[in-house]
Ligand binder design. Structure first.
Ligand code: ZN
Length: 300
């Protein structure tokens, strides 16, 4: 921006005028009350003009590499969703959203049968960690569950190395789900949740980029604690029910994967107990108000 004529220029002119008046006052000596009063008025007037000028009227200069920093916006030109445009709401009444991260696995078939036995629809945030089980993604969708993106590799360090690395992993999983279900996925869950120990420097950029692309992400407000040491069907069911008791709108984080047999066993108990408390169950969709972390949580 040109200096002459800029807000900064006029500020400098006014300060110079004030300075000149003060110097002049010293030079001639302040003689008489009327003269100094007149001087004070002029100074006040100038100070008011100065205060009226807008602060920070000049935009900060862009960093030299700004265009390069946002070049990831040009990547994957097909990787967009309209999910963000859907009007969102929290349902009336107690509602529980069972969500399962990290599958499909060798346990997914059992999990789907459990959910069918109770006529409950849930949400699967899936990965490609078990290539032999990928057809269970299609099966989950066929049975009426929502399938969302979790991560292709689920390797935190690699996924959160850069925004570009996140996009690459996300797009790969997007393609797998599209291939399996015939439907483009609309919602996702960050590996480790939206704010975690691996993405503290990047999460704001990644969230901004994925939101710009129209995708909706869900963290959770109830943790099933099924990754805790010594977790059993009873401790998991209790964690789900205790957590849901504090949230009539309960987004429950569970896991589908090797070592999570107890989660499969816990689901029936949890569903029965929550129903007794007046909860109904639903799958997440872009019409459900997202639950987002605003600080780093424990137990991720
Ligand atoms: Zn995960």
């Amino acid at each position: 921006m040109k200096y002459v004529g800029s807000v900064r220029f006029f500020k400098h002119i006014i300060w110079l005028t004030v300075l000149a008046i003060v110097i002049a006052a010293f030079g001639v000596g302040i003689s008489g009350y009327a003269k100094s009063n007149e001087l004070a008025k002029q100074v006040n007037s100038l100070q008011e003009q100065l205060a009226a000028l807008p602060e920070k009227a000049e935009p900060a200069p862009l960093p030299a590499d700004d265009s390069a920093a946002l070049s990831y916006q040009q990547l994957y030109p097909e990787l967009y969703s309209s999910a963000n445009d859907t009007v969102k709401s929290i349902p009336y009444g107690k509602t529980a959203y069972l969500t399962f991260d990290d599958g499909p696995s060798t346990l997914t078939a059992d999990l789907l049968d459990q959910l069918d036995a109770y006529d409950v629809k849930a949400t699967f945030f899936v990965t490609a960690q078990n290539p032999a089980e990928l057809d269970m993604i299609a099966e989950a969708a066929r049975r009426g569950h929502t399938v969302g993106i979790h991560s292709y590799s689920h390797k935190y360090r690699a996924v959160y190395e850069s925004v570009e690395a996140f996009l690459e992993d996300f797009d790969k999983m997007y393609q797998v789900i599209l291939e399996q279900t015939g439907q483009p996925p609309e919602i996702f869950r960050f590996p480790g949740g939206s704010i975690n120990a691996y993405n503290t420097d990047l999460y704001q950029q990644i969230i901004a980029e994925m939101t710009r692309r129209g995708f909706v992400y869900y963290d959770w407000n109830v943790y099933a604690a099924d990754t805790a040491d010594g977790a059993s069907a009873e401790t998991i069911a209790a964690a789900i029910c205790d957590g849901a008791a504090k949230n009539r709108f309960a987004v429950i984080d569970c896991h589908d994967g090797s070592g999570h047999q107890h989660t499969v066993e816990a689901i029936g108990i949890a569903i029965e107990n929550l129903r007794a408390e007046g909860f109904t169950f639903a799958p997440l969709t872009p019409a459900v108000t997202p639950v987002h972390f605003s600080y780093v949580q424990e137990g991720q």
